[in-house]
Structures are given as C-alpha cells and as structure tokens.
Write a protein that binds this ligand. Structure first.
Ligand SMILES: [Zn+2]
Length: 151
C-alpha cells in the first residue's frame, strides 16, 4: 500500500506551506486516499485534466482555500495520470521505459541519478534492497518515462 515518506512529506509541506495544521491534515489524507485509489480517486480521475472543475470539487468537499485546492488538484491529477499512463502502456504491451529527469520538473534532487535508466514500467526503478520508485509516484515528482518500443 503506497504511503507518504518523510521526504515526500517535506515536499508536500513546502507546496502547501501557507496552510494551517488542520488543513495540512486534510491535504495529507486526500493524497493518501488518491494514492490508494480510494476517497476522491474516482472523482479526480473523472475530471481528468479539467483542473478547474476538480479544484472546485476539492474546495467544496474539503473546505480547503481556493489556492490550495488548485495546487492540490494539480498534484492529485498527476498521481492519477501516472497510473492511467502505466495501465495504457501495459495494455499496449509496452514493458520498459527510460527515466526522464529535469531539475525544473522534479522536486527530488535524488531522481537525477535515475536519469536515462531503463526500468520495467509496472515496477519502477530499484533504489534499494526492497524499494522501488516509479515516475510520478510522489507528490512534486514530474519525472517521466520515455517508452522503449518492444519491436
Ligand atoms: Zn522525480
């Protein structure tokens, strides 16, 4: 089950630094739910790239301020989109990708080391004995996978 690491928590705190503690709890809960495909996951998926509608939905249902709802709708959509892309690639028989990192796209400097690495799209890159990471799996990571055509 995907969780929120300390590193990711710091990035989230930085994006939402103007929020109160109570509001941050709401943000963390929504991120956790969407990562686990529960809660607002289906709504966010349904709105797709229409961030205007999803941020209105988030503001109305969570009570978060407008600016925070806008930022959150963008972060949640990126998490969902990474999932949708992986599903689509899997169905198309595309198994491998190479990691694309740009410092202006990603808030995790450690991802620079993953640049150009080839990895299985369904599993992500191995970054430790029992740990793997996939593109767009963390809030604030806009790393992408360049697909490797299987023929
Ligand atoms: Zn990244």
């Amino acid at each position: 089950m995907p969780t929120i690491s300390n590193e990711e928590r710091d990035v989230i705190h930085d994006i939402f630094k103007k929020l109160t503690e109570d509001e941050l709890v709401i943000v963390m809960t929504l991120i956790h739910q969407v990562k686990n495909k529960t809660g607002a996951y289906h709504e966010i998926k349904g709105f797709g790239p229409d961030l205007h509608s999803s941020s209105l939905f988030l503001a109305n249902s969570s009570g978060l301020p407008k600016k925070a709802s806008e930022a959150l709708s963008s972060e949640l959509w990126h998490l969902v989109k990474a999932d949708i892309d992986r599903e689509r690639q899997n169905k198309a028989g595309i198994k491998y990708g190479t990691w694309i990192y740009e410092s202006y796209l990603c808030k995790y400097p450690a991802h620079a080391k993953l640049k150009n690495k080839k990895f299985p799209l369904s599993k992500g890159v191995r970054v430790g004995l029992f740990k793997r990471i996939n593109t767009g799996q963390l809030v604030g990571c806009r790393c992408m996978a360049k697909i490797v055509i299987p023929w």
